[in-house]
Write a protein that binds this ligand. Structure first.
Ligand SMILES: Nc1ncnc2c1ncn2[C@@H]1O[C@H](COP(=O)(O)OP(=O)(O)O)[C@@H](O)[C@H]1O
Ligand SMILES: [Mg+2]
Length: 153
């Protein structure tokens, strides 16, 4: 588990960018944190790292938004308004693909989550300060966590 703090929206986008550069196809990233903790902001940085040029905004009302750059599919889920009973699509097909998947409010569909993922817990410290806690669940993503806070991060 590793931690990092940011002091502005811009720093969070930058953190997401640095993190996004570590991801390989098939990565599943769960973002846990209260409303306005910075989940969507962090996701914008990930998308920049994947060279996605479309604007990333919250998929709260649509549940999922799908993006594509030249060589990478990117799925952005937000389960804020959903329960497992309300799932009427094949979530597994999305997360078992070679896309990179980011999920806000993942524990609203806890039983459907894969066994291995990167969990990022975001805490609001002050109005503009956020703490990010990175954990690899399962072996598959241990390497990503290891690379966080090497010199270039
Ligand atoms: N350090 C920070 N990192 C991210 N967002 C911040 C930070 N400080 C203040 N904010 C503000 O918090 C809000 C985060 O919104 P958003 O990313 O949509 O949150 P979430 O998706 O978790 O609901 C934005 O209004 C942003 O300007
Ligand atoms: Mg959001």
């Amino acid at each position: 588990m590793k931690e990092k703090q940011t002091r502005s929206e811009k720093e969070t986008i930058n953190l997401g960018f640095q993190f996004g550069n570590l991801l390989e196809p098939g990565a599943v990233v769960l973002l846990k944190g209260d409303l306005a903790s910075g989940k969507t902001t962090f996701t914008k940085g990930i998308a920049q790292a994947l060279k996605i040029t479309q604007t990333i905004n919250s998929p709260s009302y649509t549940i999922m938004k799908s993006y594509k750059s030249s060589n990478q599919d990117f799925y952005h889920f937000d389960f804020y308004r959903l329960t497992e009973e309300g799932m009427d699509f094949d979530f597994e097909d999305y997360i078992n693909s070679s896309a990179i998947t980011v999920i806000e409010w993942p524990f609203n569909v806890e039983s459907l989550l894969p066994k291995e993922y990167i969990l990022i817990e975001i805490e609001i410290l002050e109005e503009n300060e956020r703490k990010f806690k990175f954990t690899a669940v399962g072996n598959k993503f241990k390497k990503v966590i290891k690379y966080i806070w090497k010199d270039y991060f």
